[in-house]
Write a protein that binds this ligand. Structure first.
Ligand code: OOG
Ligand code: MG
Length: 256
């Protein structure tokens, strides 16, 4: 039997103390993805009860590069809270994470309520603005190893979000070159087209998946479309920049 509340506390405690934990499926090999989403919600409800605010959702494993990197080939989602927001150019503390990685992403700012089965045009009509972004992911599992239900229970590794300048909804985001650099050296090169062919498809998927949990993407919420390249590990002393064709740069520096 899966104890949703207890496992929600297990992943929440791991995130709060930056402690690596064994995969839940070691003890519960028969855990369903459906149970994992209930654990995710239980862990985030604990954060909300402590005063954090839900600010949006992140999509994950929406590019081939990401699926290959973690060995899970299904699109997943997680919840973002205000505590995960970092300022553009901020310095993060390596010690607050287990094994953080950076991913170049596209962020959508929701302008009108969005949920359920929608077309790409309907999804874009609900968007207020788009921006370049970096997501900091930090699986709480030992060695960054997990199965599909494990990663879903661990809020799809959500850990930090840095959003760059916002651009109007009409701005092209379908095939923009991206260079992810560490201390000026390119470490990942890609295109926003790697995100399901076009990041808007990730927003369509977000609307569909959150609806299953009775959630609506509300005005003011952020949706992260998923990493366009493999994620890059963050080490102390690194300044990581994601530069997007026409959208500019987002950066983060890592201290002890
Ligand atoms: C799972 C989260 C994936 C993305 O953008 O694909 C993700 C992980 O790789 O830990 O955030
Ligand atoms: Mg991501």
């Amino acid at each position: 039997m899966i104890d949703v509340a207890e496992l929600g506390k297990f992943v929440d405690d791991a995130a709060m103390s930056a402690t690596a934990i064994p995969q839940i499926t070691e003890k519960h090999p028969d855990m369903f993805v459906h149970d994992a989403y209930r654990i995710q919600k239980a862990s985030i409800d604990r954060r909300l009860a402590r005063g954090e605010k839900l600010i949006g959702v992140k999509m994950g494993l929406t590019s081939r590069a990401k699926m290959v990197q973690v060995g899970v080939d299904e699109v997943i989602w997680g919840r973002l809270t205000d505590r995960m927001l970092l300022e553009e150019g901020a310095t993060l503390s390596r010690g607050s994470y287990v094994h953080p990685r950076a991913e170049p992403e596209i962020a959508f700012l929701i302008g009108k309520p969005l949920s359920g089965l929608v077309t790409a045009m309907e999804a874009m009509a609900a968007v207020e603005a788009v921006a370049p972004a970096i997501e900091i992911i930090d699986s709480r599992y030992q060695n960054f190893k997990f199965t599909l239900p494990d990663v879903v229970a661990d809020n799809s590794s959500s850990s930090g979000v840095i959003v760059g300048d916002w651009f109007p909804r009409e701005t092209r985001i379908d095939n923009l070159g991206i260079v992810l650099s560490e201390n000026g050296m390119p470490v990942q090169i890609g295109s926003t087209a790697a995100i399901l062919g076009n990041p808007v498809r990730s927003l369509v998927a977000a609307a569909k998946l959150v609806a299953r949990d009775g959630l609506v993407l509300e005005p003011g919420m952020i949706v992260l479309a998923g990493g366009a390249t493999a994620a890059h590990p963050l080490s102390v002393g690194a300044t990581v920049d994601a530069t997007f064709q026409t959208l500019g740069k987002v950066s983060i520096t890592v201290a002890e």
